[in-house]
Design a protein around this ligand. Sequence first.
Ligand code: FAD
Length: 338
Amino acid sequence: MTNSISTDICIIGAGPVGLFAVFEAGLLKLRCHVVDALPQVGGQLSEIYPKKPIYDIPGYPSVLAGELVDNLMRQIEPFHPTFTLGERVEGYQKLDDGTFRVTTIDGTEILCKAIAIAGGLGSFEPRKPAIERLDSYESGKGVYYMVRDPETFRDQRLVIAGGGDSALDWTIFLANIAKEVTLVHRGTTFRGAADSAEKVQALHEAGRVRLVLSSNVTHVHGDEALEAVTITANGGDTESLPVDSFIPLFGLTPKLGPIGEWGLELENDAVKVNTLDYSTSESGIYAIGDINTYPGKLKLILCGFHEAALMAQGIYKHIHPDKKYVLKYTTVNGVPTL
Ligand code: FAD
């Protein structure tokens, strides 16, 4: 039997921007159903960096990504959003009355008056280095492409590989948790933020991080679980290093997924929007957060929050073309419940 849900807005993506859109829509008394392909809410914050502090959320000098997601969930409670998690949205159909039927891979259908795409990077996959038998140490056997919980690596001997922000940030963070951290980078300069590179250099000089530059991890060894890696210098010299975990951090390959086939106007794999209300080229379909693009776009959480506020008003006008929208402060009106 088809699971059918009826709501005002179907939000695709339970990342921070999709979650905050529930709040902004709720202030306008619009109900939301949120769908995410991942089994948990929070998008990149839960999947990639739940234990990392974020410093550029207004009003929070520092907040752990996972904590921000928990707070967003608390903030939207009064609006009783409903969720379908662990199901990827595949398609949609525009019905004769201008409403939509959104469908997931498992056959759930959401009948709604507007669609808000907050799909972030889409379905994202880590870029894996071409190392023989690397996959045999996945699933908790010593090879990790993301750091979900830094505690996994407490008192371990770690090798991190990469030269971007993730590799630098996790090297700094895990230096306080792991027994030994070796950062292997194929070049001599880092692509990541200069101040992070300086921090790694300072940790190296203090003897807390080992830096192996102009080198790559080329082999992995171990019977059941990972036991050692071979590091090969660009000149050909090799070194075998005993390790508990190897964390290659070469970024994610963003895949727009099925939404890329919806016929919406795209640019560089992102959905083009009108910044008046973040509407797409299809009336009634909106896109906010990392998945959209417009001149001056910044892929930041706070920008996505702003987009959610303007989009909610745009959707209100789309659903109620005859009603006049009056801005109401939450300090004056409080938070209505739905
Ligand atoms: P996402 O968080 O990507 O969530 C999108 C969700 O949509 C995902 O859960 C995905 O599964 C789901 N989805 C996609 N397609 C479908 C589909 N077809 N069906 C169902 N579900 C779907 N930003 C900052 O502002 N400050 C920072 O300090 C900061 N640090 C960062 C550190 C790292 C390591 C990374 C990777 C990013 C960082 N960012 C930071 C960027 C920030 O995480 C993103 O801007 C933010 O996550 C975007 O939120 P979103 O809700 O648009 O998308």
